[in-house]
Design a protein around this ligand. Structure first.
Ligand SMILES: [Zn+2]
Length: 175
């Protein structure tokens, strides 16, 4: 590895540990020329894996793309970057492990929705509404209603799904 400080080509590994459940090896290295310490990450190169889209076109699977769409769904939601990254990791591992060489976009979408449902209700509906390309408003409402029957860890999340009742003037009870 070329030292990022002096560009020297010789280094020794001073620490080596696996992270992300063994998917990545993290190595701490020391440059033999200037003693600068730096870190490298090693992970298995995935064989070409394709996503088959609705219209039949195929495109190489991109974990970055998956991560981007997850992050977009979770934008401004109380979900940590770390939680989103590990969800993307789980989805990637599952589909590349279960499918051979190609997977339908639909299968990825279903898997992503399962992850999002556990993370954040709003992020889930956001993703579902885009992903499933709801044909009718009715379908979307159905999905929201179905979602409302699921156990939700945080009730405030559900409040955001419907029109906020707190904004409406409440009829006053007569004294
Ligand atoms: Zn160096």
């Amino acid at each position: 590895m070329r030292c990022p400080k002096c560009a020297g080509q010789d280094d020794k590994v001073i620490d080596s540990r696996s992270s992300r459940e063994g998917a990545v090896i993290r190595r701490r290295r020391e440059c033999l020329h200037c003693t600068h310490r730096f870190t490298t990450y090693e992970e298995i190169e995935r064989e070409e894996f394709f996503v088959v889209k609705r219209d039949g076109r195929r495109e190489p699977f991109s974990k970055d793309k998956l991560l981007t769409s997850l992050m977009r769904a979770c934008q401004k939601r109380p979900v940590s970057e770390e939680a989103v990254a590990s969800a993307a990791e789980r989805v990637t591992n599952e589909i590349t492990g279960r499918f051979d060489r190609e997977v339908t976009a639909q299968a990825i979408g279903e898997r992503v929705m399962r992850e999002l449902r556990g993370l954040d209700a709003v992020a889930y509906v956001r993703f579902a509404s885009i992903y499933r390309e709801f044909q009718e408003v009715g379908e979307f409402v159905e999905e929201v209603n179905r979602l409302a029957t699921l156990p939700v860890p945080d009730k405030r999340q559900m409040a955001l799904l419907s029109d906020s009742e707190e904004d409406q003037p409440q009829p006053r009870e007569r004294p």
